[in-house]
Structures are given as C-alpha cells and as structure tokens.
Design a protein around this ligand. Sequence first.
Ligand SMILES: Nc1ncnc2c1ncn2[C@@H]1O[C@H](COP(=O)(O)OP(=O)(O)OP(=O)(O)O)[C@@H](O)[C@H]1O
Ligand SMILES: [Mg+2]
Length: 317
Amino acid sequence: MIHVSNLTKEYGNRRAVNEISFKVEKGEIVGFLGPNGAGKTTTMRILTGYLPPSSGKVEIGGYDIMEHSIQARRLIGYMPETVPLHQDMTVYEYLKFMADLRKIKNAKQRVNEVLAQLHLEERASGYISKLSKGLKQRVGLAQAILHQPEVLILDEPTIGLDPAQIIEVRNLIRQIGKQHTVLLSTHILPEAQQVCNRVLIINKGNIIAEDTTEHLQARLAGSQRVILRVRGEISPLLPLIEHTPGVLRISRQNDDTLEFETPHAEDARPQVARAAIEAGFELLELHAVSLSLEEIFLQLTHEDAPVPMTTSEPAEQ
Ligand SMILES: Nc1ncnc2c1ncn2[C@@H]1O[C@H](COP(=O)(O)OP(=O)(O)OP(=O)(O)O)[C@@H](O)[C@H]1O
Ligand SMILES: [Mg+2]
C-alpha cells in the first residue's frame, strides 16, 4: 500500500533522509519512531506529495506520488504536524468545506459521522480559532479521515492531547488500522508499543531498525536483564556470581536482590542458580526482564551506537 524505495531528501547540502526503503501493507499500523530532527516529518511530507524527494520513489496504492499525484493523493488522509485550519470557520464549516473540496457524496452526513466519531458534536458550531490545542488536533484528525482514505499518514497524532483523548485517539487509530494502512510518527515509545504492529526506528535520516515491537524488545538488545533474589543478605553472593561465565554487568539492587545481564546466546541463569544454591543460599526468584523499548531506543540512537541493526529482512529494493 505504501511502498518507499531509496528515498533521499536533501535540504541544500544537508541530508535529512538517507536512502530509506520500507513498505506498509493494508491492515497494518506502522509506527515511525525517532528523536527530534530524525526525518519523520520530512518523509511524511514526501509520502503525501507536499514535498518532492531529492531521489527515490514513493508509491501509494500502486500510484507514483510524483507521476500520478492526483490519484495517489486521493487515497491518502494526512494529518500534518501542524494542521493548517481555517481559523475563521466553525468546526462544522471547516469539515464541510474540506468534504466539498474532496467531492465527497452526502457530505453533510459524512461530516456528522466524523464529528460523532471524534466526539466533536458539541463543538461543531464553535469557531476553530477558539478551540484548545487538543481540540484543534482532533479536528485535524477528523479532516484526515473524512474521505475514508485507504492510507492514513499521521504526524504525531496524539501530541497535545489530554490523557483521556490520547486513549480515544489511539483506539480510533487501532480501529481504522484494521481496514486501512496507517503510518504514524511518534516519539512516545509506549504509544508505538500499544498502537502499532510494527515500528521503523529512524535516526539522522536512516532507518536503523525495523521489526515488531515484541521482536525489537526481545532481540535487539542482544542481552537480557535477569533479577536474582535470595532469602537473606545477598552481598556475599556477588563476587561468586560475578565470575560465573556469561554474566555481564552485575549490580546489587537491595538487601536480597541483584541484577545482571546475560547474552541471549549464553544464558547464564542455570549456572547462576547452581552457584547460589551451592553457596548455601535459598533461591526465591530468578527471572529475566526484557529491556524496555526506551532502553533499546536509547541504545540504538546513541551517538556511539555500533553498526545499524536490523532484525528483519530489509525491504526489497
Ligand atoms: N524546510 C527545511 N529546510 C531545511 N532543513 C529542514 C527543513 N525541514 C526540516 N529540516 C531539517 O531536516 C531534518 C529532519 O527534520 P524533520 O522535521 O523531518 O524531523 P522530525 O523527525 O520530524 O523531528 P521532530 O520529532 O522534531 O518533529 C532536521 O535536521 C531539520 O532541521
Ligand atoms: Mg516532525
């Protein structure tokens, strides 16, 4: 549905997006995750035809965004980073205006449906200029879904919303994602985890990881964190565990608990269990905790991060 190959964007001699390739299929919600300045908005503006790429190709539903711009754009609902709303219109007038612009049949009915879907009915006759940021955001989302687009591109859709609205908008996106193709950008990691089937992590214009959130958590780090708890004071056990093969970075958490890292490949848990018991300790807990997406993200986007990591097959070129 969205097919991007070798997309590059340069602003002057500064490369904001560096030969990225990815696909988003129908029924998928893909998160575009990256720190400030990573290139998320730039990519989305190219995908929606608002910005020409320096090189590379974008297809939306089989239509080239440059060559068949009108057909491609008809398939897209886009909620930009800052939605250009007509401040001097009411919410209803604005949505009706957008519906007419897109030549939607039964425009009034469709506007009312969308108003209901986004809980904007009570605001329908209010002027856009008087709306709070969060409400403007919802109007922006409303205009993006008006024409029931096959592809939805949302640039930080929950930014500025209150917690209740965030939950609602996430549910709405999940709902829409069942039948449509959704690409949404965020730097909120739990959001990607909750809403998306898959994430693309972008940093400095490069896609540095691409996988399901579960796989990223399970594999990217290469090692897992393990918690060990015994009955009584754990300190005497520390030097013993420290020298067990496969144990990395050990630290005492509190009186009876310590934490260590162990590579997935050489899981040191059995040896650690044996060492503890042989030393006369009663073992209460020994379990792996997966790294949070935050920790993985920081590892990946760290200045000194080693080679870019991709756990899934790279997109076809
Ligand atoms: N119109 C422009 N002219 C020149 N440079 C730009 C322009 N727009 C963006 N950039 C640069 O391109 C890079 C990528 O910016 P972009 O807005 O795509 O990042 P982003 O991932 O959306 O960041 P954020 O999370 O802050 O929204 C940045 O270094 C930015 O300064
Ligand atoms: Mg942005």
